[in-house]
Design a protein around this ligand. Structure first.
Ligand code: MG
Length: 248
């Protein structure tokens, strides 16, 4: 069931989304060689708690940290650890916060120092595809129009699209209906209506759609071993067009 939000609920939800976005700013400050992903998670955790909010991911389905921190070939759900970042790594940070009864959710892939040109292009194109998806999130369109906008932006580059995981509605629950795939056909799926709040989150790889999940049951890697990027915003669909609630 898709839960539509009233104008005042949207106003309430902005706070959780703002804190989620600021948590990515905190993460960015730590992106340098030698820093461990656990240190980044701690900084994020402390920031969210200082804001009076709760880290949405902590304990969700048993996840053991406040942020998913995924390095290089890890697409999503990386568990913060003692791994120390190296020059040339890419680091996807996915984080949500909840306050006043609502959640925000967003992700960004950061480069650590100088990264290879092909990986830099992957990051750029994946972020662009997120904005293409957002542009399609207008009243009267369907979910498939968002999916198609993302897909058609990345496929000319020969990139893979992770199909096993998708975007989602977000609101009083971190994960609500509808699913928002990063692939699909225009004109298909639920119709977009005023008051829908969704997380659009392309997960794009340098090569191949397939992923594998580590024995820890979380860490999700590209089967090809190649790099993956993940960018996400929580947006609201309004009469005046899409509004990015997690804009940094
Ligand atoms: Mg999400």
């Amino acid at each position: 069931m898709i839960v539509l939000k009233t104008h005042s609920e949207l106003e309430q939800m902005k706070k959780a989304c703002r804190i989620s976005a600021e948590a990515l700013n905190v993460a960015e400050e730590w992106m340098r060689p030698g820093v461990t992903t656990k240190e980044i998670d701690h900084a994020i955790h402390n920031y969210i708690v200082k804001c009076g909010a709760k880290p949405s991911f902590l304990g969700l389905y048993g996840f053991p940290a406040s942020a998913c921190i995924s390095v290089n070939d890890v697409v999503i759900h990386g568990i913060p650890s003692g791994y120390a970042l190296k020059e040339g790594d890419i680091v996807s940070v996915d984080v949500g916060a909840s306050i006043d009864g609502f959640h925000g959710d967003n992700a960004y892939t950061f480069p650590v120092g100088k990264i290879p040109e092909d990986v830099a292009q992957l990051l750029r194109v994946t972020e662009e595809s997120l904005y293409k998806g957002i542009e399609a999130a207008v009243v009267g369109n369907r979910i498939g129009d968002i999916s198609y906008a993302v897909q058609s932006h990345v496929t000319p580059y020969g990139y893979g699209i992770v199909r096993q995981f998708v975007g989602h509605g977000v609101g009083r629950q971190l994960h609500e209906d509808p699913e928002v795939p990063n692939f699909g056909r225009p004109g298909r799926g639920p119709r977009l209506a005023e008051g829908m709040t969704i997380a659009i989150e392309p997960m794009i790889t340098l090569e191949g759609d397939d992923v594998t999940i580590d024995a820890d049951k979380w860490t999700t890697r590209t089967k090809s071993g190649k790099a993956a990027a993940h960018f996400e915003h929580t947006i609201a669909i309004t009469r005046d067009g899409p509004v990015i609630l997690t804009r940094r």
